[in-house]
Design a protein around this ligand. Sequence first.
Ligand SMILES: O=P(O)(O)OC[C@H]1O[C@@H](O)[C@H](O)[C@@H](O)[C@@H]1O
Length: 243
Amino acid sequence: MARLASLQALLFDLDGVLTPTAEVHMRAWARLFSEYLAGRGIDRPYTDEDYFTHIDGRPRYDGVRALLASRGITLPEGSPEDAPTLDTVCGLGNRKNRTFNETLEEQGVAAYPGSLALLDAARTAGIRMAVVTSSRNGTAVLAAAGLTARFGTVVDGLLAAELGIAGKPAPDTYLHAAELLGLPASACAVVEDAPSGVAAGRAGEFGLVIGVDRGVGAATLLGHGADVVVDDLAELIPFLAAG
Ligand SMILES: O=P(O)(O)OC[C@H]1O[C@@H](O)[C@H](O)[C@@H](O)[C@@H]1O
């Protein structure tokens, strides 16, 4: 963790790192796949373990494809414009997205207090910051949490799709953010709650890969390549270099 003081930027995942929206995603996926698998008569029901292994942190349609593959199901890809009623990879992903957006609208979202404290301390210390999220809802979640003005650099699922950049666990979205900041990966820390996200940080040879355990377990995050695991981002504040 002492290495943190020598780094110039923090690259944050969003859902589950800055905002508690990983939980909202997780429940929306559970609803989609519990209903879908039961409807197809598949006797291995969807579990939280499926979420962490196949879906957590990955781009929307990659998650759908991976979960279906785990049950030996192949569906036509369709397109991102597919109606949520269609049984295509994109249709199923959009069905889950409808649930996600309904919950977001009903409940709103507030950033984790510890994450806000770290953002404040990092700003004071002159550390550059960016958000790197697989989510196509990244901008909406940042806005709903009142975080938009804090980040000049955001790489989200829409930008990655537009530029043809591979999603997590590939390191490419994080590497793109470092490039936008004009920094080498070795000068940046990646902050992630998902196994696929820490794997992306490790694959990109970032200066430090910080896991935050929001439920998957410290051992899993360490096993996927985290250098260190915390329970709350405020734990990082004492390790920032003085500004
Ligand atoms: O469907 P969206 O909003 O594009 O999100 C894709 C993924 O984004 C990630 O940030 C979440 O960890 C996943 O749970 C989610 O599935």
